[in-house]
Design a protein. Sequence first.
Length: 343
Amino acid sequence: MNYSAYSTEDFLADESFQAFVLGHDVATTSFWQQWLIENPGKAAEFHEAQTILQQVVGRPRALPEAIKQEELAKFRHYLQPAPALRVSRQRRWPVVLAVLSAMLMVGLGFWRYMLPTELQYTTLAHQQRQVLLPDGSQVMLNANSTLTLSKDWAPGQPREVWLKGEAYFIVRHTAPARLKTVAAAPANVKFTVHAGTVDVAVLGTQFNVRHLGGSTNVVLRTGQIQLSRHQAGHTEQVLMKPGELVSTDASQPQAPLTKRTVKADFYSAWTSGHLDFNNTPVADVVALLRDGYGLQVTVNNPALVQQKLTGSVPNQDLEVLLNSLGKSLDVQVRREGQHVWLD
């Protein structure tokens, strides 16, 4: 099969592709993931078909029991035998049409409750994806990430998304001009990212969120963030300024929220595929490896963290990044799982 010639419509009609999108077959999932890596030129049609299928299928809501019983009662009513009446040939068709219309209305009663109410965007390994939201905001999804949002964003209602993985947000400011701070803004003009127990509320700004394994870190590039954490029956909040990072650790859920000053551009550099250093202290690079990649880093030579780097290194592949750093610093880099040593 010449998949490289596929259009969006061809992908939609392909049963193997449908099984991949719906997650019904492990083998087809592996095949299409590898196929996309080998055929990046068809990514636009691939993602368009994937999004259409996800929107059509969605994640249907469970039908409430009360609604289910109500619709079943209507259906049984229409199935009950009517009193024996003589119906002339001329009037038979209107009666048949009336019965069919009634049955159609019952069916629609079920259908409107089963329609998908969410949109979901996903990325595979070694894949990134740009998403345009209904309000004009932009999201860049990193690899192995999922963004979920309501299908309908009504004017005047809160803008909310749910994130698993990593994403960079460029949020459009829709609040009245008189509202200058996110803390003073009502909920219906905020844009909120839900990442586990953490809520990131903004008006219009740019920031990076990484939520993996129950741990979350948020880095603000411009504007303001009102960050909230909900746990154990109480809510903790902090206000963030540009260049600040707040992180939560799944292994230390009771640790208080703290802010640290970082180089914000480092944490969104994955969107461009490379890290740019300009007389950058190695201590900042080590902090990035810890916060941005979730690594435990051990530097055996204390003098090493005082050195500075200038140049550009690729960052989409962690192994390539570590090897490039090792060559630039003239040190040996060892890695075992999530632990890295700079010797």
